[in-house]
Write a protein that binds this ligand. Structure first.
Ligand code: NAX
Length: 327
């Protein structure tokens, strides 16, 4: 058996974690031969509830679950972590402006970035889930000067999976038949689900669907799927978000399938003309624990405008918290 790896999860008593932790403990994220130590982090007032979750994890008797530790602060919770899943965040309260949300979360993610810098394993891989995820990832990475920004990512795999599922449902294909889906930009309603490179059984997906459906139904549906689920279920996406976290981390660590493209929120290096210094969802491939942006994709005028609209939103978010970033 391999040595266990340490997986730190914040927001561990919340709705997403209630699916996520059980998948990790079952070996769905790191592989069926990789034992895990779960380092669960919550707000001090949530420790009782967290204890209940830990009891249930124990009661599953997962062979790969080595140890569970509970923490009411990130400094302890991130010690030695090989993987850090930053799920907890301050939700938007009544009457709260988006700028207030950005600023309040900036404080949380600045502290988490510092704690990762000071206490996590030097090769830690970080996935930010808590919203506004892209800008929270930027804040965390900028507060971790001893770690590489390439160790920080944010979750846009849920949007990617949603796009794939919706296309499969509309076209009658199975998700296994679909490739080349891409999500560009922010995890928000400005994201751009791009089907120009997508394929169904190896043929261009746009040959199977009507352009009007793609433009007027598919794109807004993916962009607004989170809201649609809240309306229908009365609660935000939880199980599908947990599945997306597992998918993104597994692909990052264990690699994408040959030829497969996934979407990940990462620090822009200027590819496709996107401003450096914002966390932006790009099409990537992963190998040997690293991701690489897929280059040389043909971006037409229709797509270019949408890539830029989401970039613009991220630059505006960054401007709101710029004064809080370390120099
Ligand atoms: P819940 O409100 O059920 O759970 C969040 C938990 O985080 C709570 O138990 C809370 O006590 C804890 N928490 C808050 N601040 C914390 C801190 N500083 N340290 C440790 N724990 C803290 O929310 P849930 O449905 O689990 O969603 C979690 C986050 O994911 C939200 O910010 C949500 O907006 C975001 N999402 C992001 C998605 C993405 O694709 N990037 C999709 C799903 C989800 O909407």
């Amino acid at each position: 058996m391999r040595r266990p790896v340490r997986v730190a999860v914040t927001g561990a008593a919340g709705a997403i974690s209630y699916s996520l932790l059980f998948k990790i403990a079952a070996g769905e994220m790191m592989g069926k031969d990789q034992p895990v130590i779960l380092q669960l982090v919550e707000m001090p007032q949530m420790m009782e509830k967290l204890l209940g979750v830990a009891m249930e994890l124990m009661d599953c008797a997962y062979p790969l679950l080595h140890t569970i530790t509970l923490h009411d602060n990130v400094e302890d919770g991130f010690k030695g972590a090989h993987y850090a899943l930053l799920v907890g965040a301050k939700p938007r309260g009544p009457g709260m402006e988006r700028s207030d949300l950005l600023v309040e979360n900036a404080a949380i993610f600045a502290r988490q970035g510092k704690a990762l810098n000071d206490f996590a394993n030097r090769d830690v891989k970080v996935l930010v889930v808590g919203n506004p995820a892209n800008t929270n990832a930027l804040i965390a990475s900028r507060n971790a000067p001893d770690l590489s920004p390439s160790q920080f990512t944010c979750l846009t795999r849920l949007d990617h999976n949603r796009a794939k599922g919706i296309l499969a449902n509309h076209s009658g294909a199975t998700t296994r038949d679909i490739g080349g889906i891409m999500i560009w930009g922010n995890h928000s309603t400005t994201q751009y689900p791009d089907l120009h490179q997508a394929t169904i059984i190896g043929k261009p997906a746009l040959d199977f669907v009507d352009m009007d459906w793609y433009r007027d139904e598919f794109i807004p549906k993916v962009q607004k799927r989170g809201g649609e689920i809240i309306q229908a279920r009365g609660q935000s996406s939880a199980a599908s978000a947990a599945q997306a976290v597992v998918d993104q981390m597994r692909d990052w660590v264990l690699g994408t399938e040959p030829g497969e493209i996934i979407s990940m929120g990462i620090l822009s290096d200027g590819s496709y003309g996107i401003a450096k210094g914002v966390f932006y969802s790009f099409p990537v491939r992963c190998n040997y624990g690293r991701y690489q942006i897929v280059q040389d994709i043909d971006v037409n005028e229709f797509s270019r405008q949408r890539l830029q609209a989401s970039e613009q939103e991220l630059l505006e978010e960054k401007a709101v918290i710029e004064h809080l970033l370390p120099k």
